[in-house]
Design a protein around this ligand. Structure first.
Ligand code: TXE
Length: 498
């Protein structure tokens, strides 16, 4: 144990967590044990909840919604709670980052940066709580006035994945709360700790009991039951496209609950010959290696102009070889461990398939042995054709595939040659090319001469099979509302019956 900073060494024993319903911590009979993917030692034990536990959580959220203990408060009062959450997160930043690292395997410095982003999410959510408003129609004639109201949609189910357990949570919770909804959260079974810690933070900030409930457990049992639940008004799901599809079926077969879906991506990064190639190579290396490429917006398809392709790939391979892959609790680490054994096997299998298909390996290409944990070197393939599985499938790992183009049209066509549409970036100093490509590539988030930049003021979400709806910003709050038109007659009614 590091005596100066307990948040820089693994815990001596796994920590037990309960689950959180109606403002109370509850325990269960069965638990999941989670080992740190970077170290292999047990770090947490969370409850394997039952469907009865889930039903109790939905009932608590329903009661808290119906009695208006939260939605009945003013936007200013809700904003006050959200701002207090931001303050408490500032105080507990290192501790929450630590548990995120232990369960997920991401570098500690990155995790702290993510908590800063989460703090910003609560601050923007506070602003949104005060600014949420509808519309009015003063154009319906002298005897009719129209108002459009945003009302909270009700009880929200929130299913989150393991790649950004706290960040994805915090890109949604403040906006759900800003709208006046209540919720039941089902975090990934391998990364539940920080979702549970948020329950402590919200309670301390003064959120009424029953508004935020957390039920831990497997996706197949608890996730499925939440997506089918007839008393849940909306489900926000982030995860694989396959499970997203099953949520659509579950909604159709239960109560037609509204869905927000953030699913997979196979995001293009387009580099023109007139770009600052040093900047673009740094962006490409970051875009594929950040969070070990286990990131729905990671730039996994490099589309580079043929005239500079060989030089650019050489520069990029040199940069990728310098990335510091290592122990997530080491302050100097830039890329940590692969989060699950299954994901590790999937990534290594895709690398083997890339080699077998004849793609040329320019960097990485396999595991890194650090004596414990599971690590993969940032990998670059060139000579990739668009029909290879490594070019088409979301690998969800640090594997970048390079393809070449000659014209702007060809670059756009290659970028759009995917079933996904989550994010994209373009690198060029030519304003015409930058604008043409950003307007024609079908993706929910677009970056020009940068990558993964942005804050919670801006909406996020995908085109095509990357999902439905938007999270964050005012668009994000509105997703969690129902829209009602109110028509008001002014003066004496013109009678229908003479
Ligand atoms: O995701 P799952 P997995 C992609 C990525 C990755 C692949 C598989 O390509 O390789 O998905 O990852 C819950 N009903 N992304 O298998 O299963 C589960 O408990 C309801 C992209 O881990 O989709 C967890 O809380 N819920 C993605 C959540 O769904 C169910 C992030 C996500 O797990 C369920 C993660 C069910 N039947 C993976 N089954 C992104 N867009 O960032 C599981 N879950």
């Amino acid at each position: 144990m590091d005596q100066k900073n307990p948040h820089l060494s693994t815990p001596t024993a796994a920590r037990n967590f309960g689950f959180f319903v109606d403002g109370q911590w509850r325990d269960g009979t069965e638990r999941f044990e989670r080992a740190s993917p970077g170290h292999g030692t047990p770090v947490t034990r969370t409850v394997r909840c039952t469907v009865e536990d889930l039903n109790a959580a939905v009932a608590a959220a329903r009661l808290a919604f119906e009695d208006r203990r939260w939605s009945g408060l003013s936007g200013a009062a809700r904003a006050g709670v959200l701002l207090r959450v931001a303050e408490i997160l500032r105080r507990r930043r290192d501790e929450i980052a630590y548990w995120e690292v232990l369960e997920n395997g991401k570098p500690i410095s990155q995790a702290r940066g993510e908590i800063d982003h989460c703090i910003a999410c609560f601050e923007v959510g506070a602003g949104a709580a005060r600014m949420l408003h509808g519309d009015s129609f003063n154009s319906l004639g002298d005897d009719l006035f129209g108002m459009v109201l945003h009302e909270p949609i009700g009880v929200v189910g929130l299913i989150t994945p393991w790649n950004f357990p706290f960040l994805i949570l915090c890109e949604r919770v403040p906006f759900i709360l800003a709208s006046g909804c209540t919720m039941v959260v089902k975090p990934s079974e391998v990364t539940s700790a920080t979702t549970l810690l948020l329950a402590e933070v919200l309670a301390e900030a003064g959120l009424p009991a029953g508004v935020y409930n957390v039920v831990t457990g497997s996706g197949r049992v608890i996730g499925q039951a939440l997506s089918e639940h007839p008393d849940v008004d909306m489900l926000s799901f982030t995860g694989s496209t396959a499970v997203g599809r099953s949520c659509v079926h579950a909604a159709a077969d239960s109560n037609f609950k509204k869905l927000g879906l953030e699913l997979g991506g196979k995001n293009p990064i387009i580099v023109f010959s007139d770009a600052d190639l040093e900047d673009a190579a740094d962006g490409a290396a970051f875009g594929i290696s950040f969070n070990t490429g286990q990131c729905c917006v990671s730039s996994s398809r490099l589309i580079v102009e043929r005239s500079v392709a060989a030089d650019f790939e050489k520069l990029l391979a040199e940069k990728m070889a310098k990335i510091r892959v290592g122990d997530p609790l080491d302050e100097a680490t830039q890329v940590g461990a692969i989060t699950t054994e299954a994901q590790n096997a999937t990534i290594l299998d895709y690398i083997a398939r890339g080699k077998a298909a004849g793609a040329r390996l320019l960097a990485g290409g396999g595991p890194i042995d650090l004596g414990r944990g599971q690590y993969i070197a940032p990998t670059l393939f060139s000579g990739v054709s668009r029909d290879m599985p490594i070019a088409r499938d979301e690998i969800f790992g640090p594997v970048l595939c390079s393809m070449h183009f000659d014209t702007v049209e060809e670059a756009i066509q290659l970028a759009n040659d995917t079933v996904y549409g989550l994010a994209a970036s373009v690198w060029t100093k030519n304003i015409d090319k930058a604008l043409t490509v950003s307007r024609r590539v079908r993706a929910g988030r677009f970056w020009v001469n940068t990558i993964m930049a942005g804050g919670p003021e801006m909406p996020l979400g995908g085109f095509k099979q990357s999902g439905w709806g938007r999270e964050a910003g005012m668009y994000g709050v509105e997703e969690y509302t129902q829209v009602k038109s109110v028509h008001v007659e002014i003066g004496k009614r013109t009678h229908w019956i003479a």
